[in-house]
Design a protein around this ligand. Structure first.
Ligand code: NAD
Length: 282
C-alpha cells in the first residue's frame, strides 16, 4: 500500500477531558511540534501552563493565546534548558507567578545526525546536552519543589508528575543517529531511576515514546510522497502520527486517571515497535 492509497487522515479533534483543573504545568520546547500540542492539550484539560521556548517567540505567544482561549492561564518563557541558570530562573518565576508546579513535561529535544565516522564531538555534545542534561536539570528543579510541597489532595493524588518525551529510539537502534538514540536510551533509564527514587514521596515519573510524528524535527521523513511511502513501511497503522496523538496521551498520563503509573513508558507509535518487517515474512 502506498501513501496515495491510504484513507484520508482525519485530524484528531476529540475533546480533551478537563482532567487537570487547578493544576500548573511546565512544558519545555513548547513553541513547535509535540511540545506545542502538549501545552495546548494540558490547557484544554484545565491546567495553567508555562510555555517554554528557546527559538520561535511569536509561535510561543500563539500557543499562549490558544491556551487562554481554552480558559486556562499561560505565559511564554524563554529559557535554554541546557543552562542551569536559565532553568533555575524559569522555575523561580513559575513558583512566583503560578504559586507552584504539578506537572513537568520534559519535551525539548533535538537531532544532529551524522554517520558515526563523521560525527563531530560538537554534534554529540549538543544532542546529549539538550536531550539528556536539559531533561535532568528540569526534572531536578521540579522534584525539589514537589518534595518541598508534598501532596495537596484537593489538586492531585500525587505530589507531582514528570513526563519525559522519549522516542521509540530508546529501544530501537538507529544507524546514523547514535547521539540521538543514546540520549533517548539514557533518558529512559534516567526516568526509571528517578521514578524508583521518588515513588515513596508520591511523585510519578513516566515517559512517552512517540514513533514518527509529523513535526519539524523529521520533515525529511514525510515531506515528499517517496519519503512518506518509505516511512509508512515502518508503521503498521499506515499513517504518520500527529502531535495531538501524543498530546492527548500526555494529558491523561499527567492526570489522576493514571495515578498508579510510574516508571513506565507509554509507546505512541502506530505499531512501529511491532517489528513490521515480520508482517509478511519471518
Ligand atoms: P520540534 O523540533 O518541533 O520540537 C523541539 C523543540 O525543542 C523546539 O521547539 C525547540 O526550539 C526546542 N528546543 C531545542 N533546544 C532547546 C533548548 N536548549 N531549550 C529549550 N528548548 C529547546 O520537534 P518535535 O518532534 O516536536 O520534538 C519534541 C520531542 O519529541 C523531542 O524530544 C523529540 O526527540 C521527541 N520525538 C519526536 C518524534 C517525531 O517523530 N517528531 C519522535 C520521537 C520523539
Amino acid at each position: 500500500m502506498s501513501s496515495s492509497d491510504l484513507p484520508k487522515v482525519v485530524e484528531p479533534t476529540c475533546a480533551v477531558p478537563r482532567l487537570l483543573e487547578g493544576q500548573k504545568a511546565l512544558v519545555t520546547g513548547a513553541s513547535s511540534g509535540i511540545g506545542r500540542a502538549v501545552a495546548v492539550a494540558l490547557g484544554q484539560a484545565g491546567a495553567d501552563v508555562v510555555v517554554n521556548w528557546v527559538s520561535g517567540e511569536d509561535a510561543a505567544e500563539e500557543v499562549v493565546h490558544e491556551i487562554g482561549a481554552a480558559g486556562a492561564r499561560a505565559y511564554a518563557y524563554r529559557a535554554d534548558i541546557t543552562s542551569e541558570e536559565d532553568v533555575a530562573a524559569m522555575f523561580a518565576k513559575m513558583l512566583q507567578d503560578f504559586g507552584g508546579i504539578d506537572i513537568l513535561v520534559n519535551n525539548a529535544g533535538i537531532q544532529k545526525d551524522a554517520p558515526i565516522h563523521e560525527m563531530t564531538l560538537e554534534q554529540w555534545n549538543k544532542v546529549i546536552s539538550v536531550n539528556l542534561t536539559g531533561q535532568f536539570l528540569c526534572a531536578r528543579e521540579a522534584i525539589r519543589e514537589f518534595r518541598r510541597r508534598g501532596v495537596v489532595t484537593d489538586v492531585s493524588c500525587a505530589a507531582g508528575k514528570i513526563i519525559f518525551m522519549s522516542s521509540v529510539h530508546e529501544t530501537i537502534p538507529w544507524a546514523g543517529h547514535v547521539n540521538y538514540a543514546a540520549s533517548k536510551g539514557g533518558a529512559m533509564l534516567m526516568m526509571k531511576s528517578i521514578a524508583q527514587e521518588v515513588a515513596s514521596q508520591r511523585i510519578r515519573v513516566n515517559g512517552i515514546a512517540p514513533g514518527a510524528i509529523k513535526t519539524p524535527i523529521n520533515e525529511s521523513a514525510w515531506k515528499t510522497p517517496e519519503a512518506l511511502d518509505a516511512l509508512l513501511k515502518l508503521i503498521p497503522y499506515k499513517r504518520i502520527g500527529l502531535p495531538e496523538d501524543v498530546a492527548r496521551v500526555a494529558a491523561w498520563l499527567a492526570s489522576d486517571q493514571a495515578d498508579y503509573l510510574t516508571g513506565t513508558t507509554v509507546v505512541v507509535d502506530g505499531g512501529m515497535m511491532l517489528y513490521p518487517g515480520f508482517s509478511e515474512g519471518g
